[in-house]
Design a protein around this ligand. Sequence first.
Ligand code: FVH
Length: 295
Amino acid sequence: MTQSPHTPVTVLGLGAMGRALAAAFLDGGHPTTVWNRTPGKDAELVAAGAVAAPDVDQAIGSDGLVVACLFDHASVHDVLDPAGEKLRGRPVANLTSTAPDEARELAAWAKDNGIDYLDGGIMASPAMISGPQASILYSGSQGVFDEHRQALELLGKADYLGDDAGRASLYDFALLAGMYIMFTGFYHGAAMVRTAGVSATDFADRAAAWLSAITASFPSAAVHIDSGDYSTATEQTLDFNKSAVDAIVRASRDAGVGLDMIGQVKALVDRRVADGHGPEAFERIFEGLKATETP
Ligand code: FVH
């Protein structure tokens, strides 16, 4: 039998994302072993050449990279804890979404068990995996990242953010926070135009074009935030934006649309204006969001 030149990979967890990851490793020529708690999710992967393991110990085998893609922090412990001894000396990349402190806790658990731990935050949907827009952020063991980079690049652009295992999660959740707020902003707009008989489908392209275009101003906003100097507004002042946000709140209320989201924006703006910052740059509202002390 011919030996594969590619490192063997084990994927633990065959949800929508785990299946996409395993398919990418297989497509890239890696001998791939898969395991899932509930049987039956491996059929397509096995047809494509994966080996299905009946339990975690057999899935881990004796060499290669172990990739966990489970539901949450607790499920990672459920799966990895009983296999701690078997994993000793092995590289583990955990691509399950966890909070930064949970990632650090897993890294500490891994260290206690002699496991080389890399944490990852997947910035992609399952359909995006291996495509040009997929990016995965990593932190923790640089050794695991460097040694397995070729395999990890099969999933999407691989960025290593340093040895703090919680850093990739921090970026992941910071980016997801922006995503959730942006999506809810789109839904707010869709609820407004619906009162004029416009469908969300008709509104979607227009909203996507506007939101994509406006993100071009992030870098100039970031200059104010990083310098802490809001004295000169690049474009419009906080006072100008207060007038706009107040009008949007009135229009939303008139349309019967809930104020849960835009009301929060108004509260942030109002507080800074009340503190006398109205003539300054809109970015001043960042000061109402940031942690008062850096941990
Ligand atoms: N899907 C997505 O769009 C996002 C994109 C960004 C990253 N996330 C994160 O990836 C992790 C996995 O997501 P997923 O989409 O694969 O999730 P599910 O399809 O719900 O599959 C969950 C798998 O976890 C297994 N599982 C859950 N609890 C346990 C447990 N206690 N012990 C063992 N396995 C467990 C579950 O197994 P089963 O229910 O089929 O038996 C699935 O394999 C996730 O962190 C996302 O936030 C995806």
